[in-house]
Design a protein around this ligand. Structure first.
Ligand code: KG4
Ligand code: ZN
Length: 332
């Protein structure tokens, strides 16, 4: 069953073809226009999706060796995300489904991130634990079975990726901050600054990163720009270590609580190498297996949406053509 997956929730326009076994193509066009503004500008994002969505879908079909008539279903991100951006993907998906006479299904973007693990590991079977750590979300999710998810903990303020982006802005490394902060951190000392780690109440699986971001801001406010430029590698490394410590500790606490021996990581921050080392090392000591999707599947992509969509469409489920954006969609 060849499924076209469409993802336009934020600033990546992506389309992919998945047949239940093989990801035949996964094309991602990242909008660079936002870099000038230090963050995603919703109106520009929608306009860029409108320009790119058809060429990206055509390329996905071409790379998969298919034409439109070879498609058997369409999966599209319904939310969470920017309303205007979601609307572009949904409109194209519904128009195609109607003209081709095939079913369409709306997919929760967060569920898509979970399915990215399955694309890299066809044996992955619930139950397992997921740490979803992206620019918009940081949450621990129990996958009881495919399609059945329980949130065990979530951020009370900033998402981890958002904290990377905000600190990236303070350190003047441009947007998105995550990859650039990681690059700086590689040459810095992680113990140069003792930034706070918010573990919150005993037994809490929630996260909080706004205090850490404020600690970095206060440190920078106490000095001038030259000081920041001369110390930013150490600041980046110390900040990254604080985020990574909390993510790793909370994830292992959740696994101890549920008794799960398999933990999957999802979302853009899971590209971070220091996080991979830190969590994999600690998990190994406790006999917990950690799955990391390959970097191209960690960040937003149509492949993960196609994989989730394939599951539902193959089970006979689909959405009606009144499908509309749900910018605040979450689990449960
Ligand atoms: O999952 P994603 O592509 O989009 C959302 O759904 O948010 O995640 C993007 C987030 C951004 O905040 C970006 O800064 C962060 O993932 N990110 C990273 C790294 N690469 C991307 N954060 C830390 N280290 C990285 N290497
Ligand atoms: Zn995402």
């Amino acid at each position: 069953m060849n499924i076209l997956g469409i993802e336009t929730s934020c600033d990546d326009t992506s389309a992919a073809i998945y047949d239940g076994h093989c990801l035949k193509s996964n094309i991602v066009s990242t909008q660079i226009v936002h870099r000038h503004f230090g963050g995603v500008v919703p109106e520009l994002a929608s306009r860029n999706h409108i320009q790119m969505i058809v060429p990206v879908i055509r390329e996905a079909l071409e790379q998969a060796g298919l034409t439109f008539s070879g498609l058997e279903g369409i999966a599209v991100t319904q939310g969470p995300g920017l309303a205007g951006s979601l609307l572009v993907g949904l409109s194209v998906a519904k128009g195609l489904a109607l003209s081709l006479g095939i079913p369409v299904i709306g997919i929760n973007h967060l569920e898509g991130h979970i399915w990215s693990n399955r694309l890299d590991n066809s044996d992955l079977t619930p139950p397992f634990l997921v740490l979803l750590v992206s620019g918009g979300h940081t949450q621990l999710v129990r996958v009881d079975e495919w399609g059945k998810y329980r949130i065990l903990g979530r951020t009370r303020d900033d998402a981890a990726g958002e904290a990377f982006d905000k600190v990236g802005k303070l350190l003047q490394v441009g947007y998105p901050g995550g990859p650039a902060v990681e690059k700086l951190a590689r040459e810095g000392k992680a113990d140069a600054h003792d930034f706070p780690r918010a573990f919150l109440e005993k037994d809490s699986l929630d996260f909080s990163f706004s205090g850490l971001k404020t600690a970095v801001l206060n440190q920078l406010r106490a000095h001038d720009e030259d000081w920041m430029l001369s110390r930013r590698k150490d600041i980046a490394a110390s900040f990254q270590e604080a985020v990574v410590d909390v993510l790793a500790e909370k994830t292992l606490s959740a696994a101890r609580k549920t008794g799960d021996r398999i933990v999957c990581i999802a979302g853009g921050v899971s590209v971070n190498q220091r996080f991979r080392e830190r969590l994999s090392g600690a998990a190994h000591l406790e006999n917990i297996q950690v799955f990391w999707p390959s970097p191209s599947l960690c960040t937003d992509n149509g492949g993960m949406i196609a994989a989730a969509g394939h599951f539902y469409l193959a089970a006979g489920k689909s959405s009606s053509l009144s499908l509309s954006p749900m910018p605040s969609l979450n689990f449960s």
